[in-house]
Design a protein around this ligand. Structure first.
Ligand SMILES: [Zn+2]
Length: 214
């Protein structure tokens, strides 16, 4: 059997194998996009697109901190922090199952001292963004993945920075120039771990009404 990628208008054949856990309903490009963004064709929202929604959500949260659903969500997020087990360095995540990785993501948030309010904020920002999008993807999966991507970024990865002096020829003179090398190791933001993390976020935050634009 030979089938085509399910994305409308895509002329490429669907992937045959199951290597790398990518979806076989789509061609390689669309399967990869799906894994990273939660939709085979719609890209993730950019930080810039999220700015106005973040402002609105922050204002709403400030005025509704004692709302019982807000309090309940924050308590649930703290529960996820508490049950997440020991902190795992980013470079040790290779070989772990998606379940272990999503737990490790919560442990990173706890270790980084990320305010649970930021997690709730991420969920509500995505909710408001999707509500305001003229061409939204309204699947549970896209919503979860978008929230998980933001939350994933809240906990910093492992970072190193070196400064060294390197001689450079400037005209006829050899001038030492400071060269900065940075190494950032972030856990990969793709695949099943984003779906699991997103499901945790929805379970904790899904009952908060928030300032959705709908
Ligand atoms: Zn395709």
């Amino acid at each position: 059997m030979y089938s085509y990628c399910r994305v409308v208008g895509c002329p490429h054949p669907a992937r045959a194998g199951t290597a790398k856990g990518l979806d076989t309903r789509f061609c390689r490009t669309h399967a990869d996009h799906y894994s990273r963004h939660g939709s085979p064709y719609k890209r993730s929202y950019t930080a810039k697109e999220l700015v106005p929604h973040r402002k609105a959500v922050r204002g709403w949260l400030k005025a509704n901190l004692t709302d019982r659903w807000v309090e309940n969500a924050l308590q649930r997020i703290r529960g996820l922090y508490d049950r997440s087990g020991p902190h795992v360095e980013a470079y040790r995540l290779a070989g772990m199952t998606p379940q272990e990785r999503s737990r490790a993501a919560w442990a990173r948030l706890r270790a980084a001292g990320v305010d649970p309010l930021k997690v709730l904020e991420a969920w509500l920002v995505v909710d408001r963004m999707i509500g305001a999008d003229p061409q939204p993807v309204e699947t549970t999966e896209f919503r979860r993945v978008q929230a998980a991507k933001i939350v994933h970024r809240l906990a910093s990865g492992s970072h190193k920075r070196w400064v060294r002096e390197v001689p450079r020829m400037v005209g006829v003179a050899n001038i030492p120039i400071k060269e900065v090398t940075e190494l950032h190791k972030y856990p990969h933001s793709r695949g099943r771990v984003l779906r699991l993390l997103g499901a945790d976020i929805e379970e904790a935050c899904g009952l908060v009404a928030g300032p959705a634009a709908r």
